[in-house]
Design a protein around this ligand. Structure first.
Ligand SMILES: Cc1cc2nc3c(=O)[nH]c(=O)nc-3n(C[C@H](O)[C@H](O)[C@H](O)COP(=O)(O)OP(=O)(O)OC[C@H]3O[C@@H](n4cnc5c(N)ncnc54)[C@H](O)[C@@H]3O)c2cc1C
Length: 453
């Protein structure tokens, strides 16, 4: 069968790209090495509890515009719930609660200012110092953004006179959640890119969003149906072993086992650590190979009673960073509570045994949520993702190839880690997928396998 394009990888980037191409009437093949779609954002059913478990809790935002457009295309946008109020709850290691409430009626970014003023854990002096942060945010343009890429989040915020308490209680949880790397390691660029999108556009952008269904149900089945209904094919358990080179360009891919698939244009959505394992043609080799991954560890707990009264809470001063009430999010009935805990940038925890991670989670929850002390754990499950996201250390931004650019004839770069102007998140993956689809469409209009570099 002939295809107009080959997309390698069946995650958010690959499926958003392939569905956008299918919408344009192109016949596209998606090749995925695993027996299921979803890449780094997928779900499975826990055999004991019957609960749907994500490979790690994912948080969406109102500013994920292209992600929402992708889900709209495949008919599942309704599975994403935008939380009605802009509110983030915190619990610290002494059991004290705080809340960032951003009144939507004030507009952006005044809603943030009002939210910060209401934080009980910050002094007036801490809050007053935030005007310097606001001034810096408004002054940053493309050039000055490049200039801060050499600074870590910690260095940048300290340079702006932000107190240790403001950093610990306000910025650190944001930086960890968005960048999946500790503020001492992450570059300031990604934080600025994200905060601009989230707080400095409009209030809709600041809203938190959660999937009411498992991640796989959110976008993989719908994408597959959409692509196949338009003459495309989704090929599972097809591991690309090399790109097919012809006349100085890429003409498709070879799979493990000897098969190959030819197509006028090939879009790679592989993360750099997978791409680097392939014997790539010389023009595609580059400094991107120095990019590395940052891990996430998740601990799932099924409790005999509810201990968390909000959909999500940021934990302060603990190894565990966030706790989500999955029972509420997934609409599961019953008297207990299913919690999903997240440890971002979890380098030192990767080597820990699951039982030790459980003990750590228990200790953190007992300190932050006093109600947990009376709860009984009925089941638990640890999920480690060593290659969760791109590690956005200083200098990494410059190594990301531009999304949808062509490394050589017939080849297009895509994936969350390509340069989209965003940190490597779901929205970055979809922005890159849609940009790659647009590049392929332009190529077809011109009738030449020569995408602009
Ligand atoms: C635990 C966890 C929590 C996260 N939390 C959030 C969050 O809260 N919010 C957020 O926005 N983002 C979050 N992320 C990041 C988000 O999941 C990623 O940005 C996104 O899924 C990346 O999509 P992608 O399509 O670019 O890459 P991938 O999902 O990695 O897709 C690439 C695909 O290529 C396939 N592949 C690899 N090699 C080959 C080969 N040789 N042949 C064929 N196929 C191959 C892979 O199997 C994979 O399916 C989180 C990630 C993890 C792991």
């Amino acid at each position: 069968m002939d295809f107009d394009a080959l997309v390698i990888g069946g995650g958010f980037a690959g499926l958003s790209c392939a569905s956008a191409l299918a919408e344009q009437g192109l016949r596209v093949a998606v090749a995925e090495k695993k027996p299921h779609l979803g890449g780094r954002a997928f779900s499975f059913r826990d055999p004991e509890t019957g609960s749907i478990v994500d490979n790690g809790q994912h948080l969406f935002m109102g500013c994920y515009r292209q992600t929402r457009a992708f889900l709209r295309r495949i008919g599942t946008e309704g599975c994403l719930q935008l939380l009605p109020r802009i509110r983030v709850d915190y619990a610290d290691a002494h059991g004290r609660r705080d809340v960032l409430r951003c009144p939507q009626a004030l507009g952006s970014p005044l809603h943030l200012a009002a939210g910060v003023l209401g934080l009980r854990g910050l002094s007036l002096r801490d809050k007053a110092g935030l005007w310097r942060f606001d001034r810096a945010m408004r002054a940053l343009d493309g050039g000055s953004l490049d200039a801060i890429d050499g600074l870590t989040v910690r260095e940048w915020l300290t340079g702006l006179g932000q107190s240790p308490r403001v950093q610990e209680r306000l910025f650190d949880p944001l930086a960890l959640g968005i960048l999946n790397e500790r503020p001492e390691l992450a570059s300031a660029t990604g934080l600025v890119q994200a905060l601009r999108e989230v707080f400095y556009r409009d209030v809709e952008s600041t809203r938190l969003a959660l999937s009411r269904v498992g991640l796989s149900d959110l976008y993989t089945d719908g994408s597959r149906r959409y692509i196949e209904a338009r003459g495309g094919a989704v090929l599972l358990s097809r591991k690309v072993s090399a790109l097919l080179e012809e006349d100085g360009g890429v003409a498709g891919a070879c799979f493990e086992g000897g098969e190959s698939l030819r197509a006028p244009v090939t879009v790679s959505t592989l993360p750099p650590w997978d791409l680097a394992k392939l014997p790539l043609p010389q023009p595609l080799l580059g400094s991107w190979r120095r990019l590395a991954a940052a891990p996430i560890v998740g601990v799932n707990l099924w409790l005999d009673r509810p201990v968390l009264d909000v959909p999500l809470v940021g934990l302060l001063g603990t190894e565990t960073h966030w706790a989500f009430d999955k029972s509420k999010i997934l609409g599961e009935a019953g008297g207990g509570q299913y919690l999903s805990l997240v440890v971002s940038g979890a380098r030192k925890l990767l080597a820990w045994e699951p039982k030790a991670l459980l003990e750590l989670a228990k200790r953190d929850l007992a300190r932050c949520l006093p109600a947990f002390q009376k709860a009984t754990i009925q089941r638990w499950k640890v999920v480690k993702e060593p290659f969760a996201t791109l590690s956005p250390v200083p200098g990494a931004e410059a190594l990301r190839p531009r999304a949808a650019s062509a490394g050589m004839k017939g080849f297009v770069w895509s994936g969350d880690w390509t340069r989209t102007g965003l940190p490597a998140t779901i929205e970055s993956a979809v922005v890159s997928g849609h940009a790659a689809a647009e590049a392929v469409r332009r190529l077809w209009r011109r009738g030449a396998a020569d995408v602009e570099a």
